[in-house]
Design a protein around this ligand. Structure first.
Ligand code: SF4
Length: 225
């Protein structure tokens, strides 16, 4: 029988910091994630008023808490996953059997993506999902390494209120954000008319889990937080 390390609270495993999120009003309550630091692309996009990056809650939070443990762990994880191919990874058991990569920040190097693919592959018992805006990087890596079947690739559209609907090749889902309910409703209608399966995010991952467990191609639409 293979042993798994049970993660009931946040902690370091394989020199990676895993956050077990707590708080009933927290969208990620009871979820486990790997936070990454914000990239130069995040900073650049944050200056664009039409970009969701300018309204990024985790960027604001980490800016307020420059010396906090949250910021330190985000930077630590990015540094570790960028600098080394980090195998062998320990098999983990998380409170709800799922794991999210990039709950903050994003990836800019091949080695981060390769490490995420390897980590999810070793943890085939978990339902995993990675969020990224950087599909060019993922496409490049996927030419030589396929993502494991238990990892959903979720592409985040950086533009707020976008009506240009795509699910990039190789991705399972796309994630769109809208500033008002009426814009979101119109976007849902138009995307469905174009043949997409659309889900409105209710911001309660623990009771929804679609981004982690549902393998069909879908567009997820969220009203801005
Ligand atoms: S659709 Fe469900 S799983 Fe995906 S982010 Fe929203 S609440 Fe979480």
């Amino acid at each position: 029988m293979t042993t798994q390390l049970l993660l009931t609270s946040s902690g370091m495993v394989n020199n990676i910091w895993f956050t077990v999120h707590k708080g009933l009003t927290n969208k990620m309550n009871n979820k486990t994630s790997v936070m990454m630091s914000h990239t130069t692309l995040c900073e650049k996009r944050s200056l664009d008023k039409k970009s969701i990056c300018g309204r990024c809650y985790s960027r604001k939070l980490s800016a307020y808490r420059k010396k906090s443990s949250m910021t330190r762990y985000m930077e630590h994880n990015s540094r570790v996953l960028r600098e080394t191919i980090n195998e062998p990874f320990t098999k983990l058991s998380t409170p709800d059997g799922t794991l999210r990569y990039n709950s903050t920040g994003d990836n800019i190097t091949d080695s981060e993506v390769i490490n995420i693919f390897h980590h999810a592959r070793v943890n085939a018992q978990l339902q995993c999902a990675v969020w990224t805006k950087n599909f060019g990087l993922y496409h490049r890596v996927m030419k030589s390494i396929k993502p494991p079947r238990n990892l959903n690739l979720v592409w985040s559209m950086s533009r707020l209120n976008s009506f240009k609907f795509i699910i990039p090749k190789g991705f399972t889902k796309s994630f769109y954000v809208y500033s008002k309910a009426e814009i979101l409703n119109e976007a849902m209608t138009q995307a469905r008319q174009q043949g997409f399966s659309v889900v409105e995010c209710q911001k309660q991952c623990a009771s929804c889990n679609k981004c982690y467990t549902n393998k069909s191609k879908q567009i997820i639409m969220e009203l801005i937080r």
